[in-house]
Design a protein around this ligand. Structure first.
Ligand SMILES: *Cc1c(COP(=O)(O)O)cnc(C)c1O
Length: 387
């Protein structure tokens, strides 16, 4: 169907056709194992090397500091558990914050069982941490601070440069989940004093199941997988050559489109957000303007059930996401929306729309119309029931 509108780019993106083309050779003729020495392994080996250079350059790292992973979840788990465990002689205290992705929060939960102590910083009503608060919470036994660059639900951009400099000064390692930030904002691990950084290809028009972890040279980190000598023996296993080549191509394209595309998307975002906020009993979640991802809109509609809204929107041809996750039949309000101070009702009636490369002005206009009609109908039904 051609009239479907996809506005869930924070969940995943459609692979760019050029990134897809870059993968094909390694699934066909160039199938050689990069570790082998015969001629058909030459191209795969060169592709992995080139991809490492591209990823490193994109974040101003050095190639030997980049490890390929199966995605953002793996990169976050490896960075947090690997750095915490390898450096525990220094201490077992870790600082993070409440609106992190579950890949970070659950990794921290499992470290708790190993005797690590976790401090989760509060955020303000826009989802921002206080750097003053961070400074006060760092202790002599703090080994790691992990704070995301950009939030996947409400688009908040944390002041990572400032956080990095605080951590550097205090002698604490700083990891950031930059999965939502790649392509949207400039990342510079030197300038921002970042020690470890996670990325995931399918959030920037690359293939699913491929990501990378940057770990600053000299930092101790436990191996993720023991086995062969791939990834310097730290993450053994034959490389996902096609995925790695696709990710590198997608990253090149994202950086090339850069500011111009982000400006276009941020204009669409503002148009969408302005249109939705004109609807009655509607509230914006997350920051406005500069501290927000260019593609993120998150709104709460009072008196509306998020899951019900999503189903109706899907029928009307609009794909979006709600702030709540339906786990085992029970509707859990989003931990992010609760952390910024929304009550349970408002958190349930929330809608996340994340724009992308294929979205147009017409899509935005149509989306506003569809949402307006849908919530008006649902509110009318509800009022009818209550009478
Ligand atoms: C999508 C996402 C992840 C997980 O990445 P996968 O590659 O899907 O495992 C982690 N963190 C954030 C902020 C994300 O948006």
């Amino acid at each position: 169907m051609t009239n479907l509108i996809y506005m869930d780019h924070a969940a995943t993106t459609k692979i760019d056709s050029r990134a897809f083309e870059a993968m094909v050779p390694f699934l066909t003729e160039d199938y050689g194992n990069p570790s082998s020495i015969y001629s058909i392994s030459r191209n795969p080996k060169a592709a992995v090397r080139k991809a490492r250079d591209i990823v490193a350059r994109a974040i101003n790292a050095r190639s030997f500091e980049v490890y390929f992973t199966s995605g953002g979840t793996e990169a976050n788990n490896w960075a947090i558990k690997g750095i915490a465990r390898a450096n525990q002689s220094k201490g077992k205290h870790i600082i993070s914050q409440k609106t992190e992705h579950h890949a970070v929060l659950s990794a921290l939960e499992s470290l708790k069982k190993e005797g690590f102590e976790i401090t989760l910083l509060n955020v303000d009503n826009e989802g921002l941490i206080s750097t003053m608060d961070l400074m006060q919470k760092i202790r002599p036994d703090t080994v790691l601070v992990t704070i995301m660059t950009a939030n996947n639900e409400i688009g908040t951009l944390q002041p990572v440069g400032e956080i990095g400099r605080i951590c550097r000064e205090k002698g604490v390692y700083f990891h950031t989940d930059a999965v939502q930030a790649v392509g949207a904002i400039n990342l510079d691990v030197e300038d921002m004093c970042i020690d470890a950084l996670s990325i995931s290809a399918h959030k920037f028009y690359g293939p699913k199941g491929t990501g990378a972890l940057f770990v600053r040279g000299g930092i101790l980190i436990d191996n993720l997988l023991d086995g062969g000598s791939q990834e310097k023996g730290r993450r053994a296993g034959t490389e996902n050559v096609a995925g790695i080549a696709g990710m590198a191509k997608a990253l090149e394209i994202a950086l090339e489109l850069g500011d111009e595309e982000n400006l276009r998307i941020s204009r669409l975002r503002d148009k969408l957000s302005d249109g939705l906020l004109q609807l009655p009993f509607t509230k914006l979640n997350g920051p406005s303007g500069a501290m927000r991802l260019p593609n993120n809109v998150n709104v709460s509609f009072d008196g509306i059930e998020g899951e019900e809204l999503l189903v109706s929107l899907d029928i009307a041809g609009l794909m979006a996401s709600s702030g709540s996750a339906c786990t085992s039949g029970a509707l859990d309000p989003s931990h992010v929306l609760m952390a910024i101070g929304n009550d349970k009702e408002l958190s349930r009636g929330s809608l996340r729309l994340t724009l992308g490369r294929e979205n147009t002005d017409e899509d935005v206009e149509k989306a506003i119309r569809i949402i307006d009609e849908t919530i008006s109908r649902q509110r009318a039904l509800r009022n009818g029931r209550n009478r």
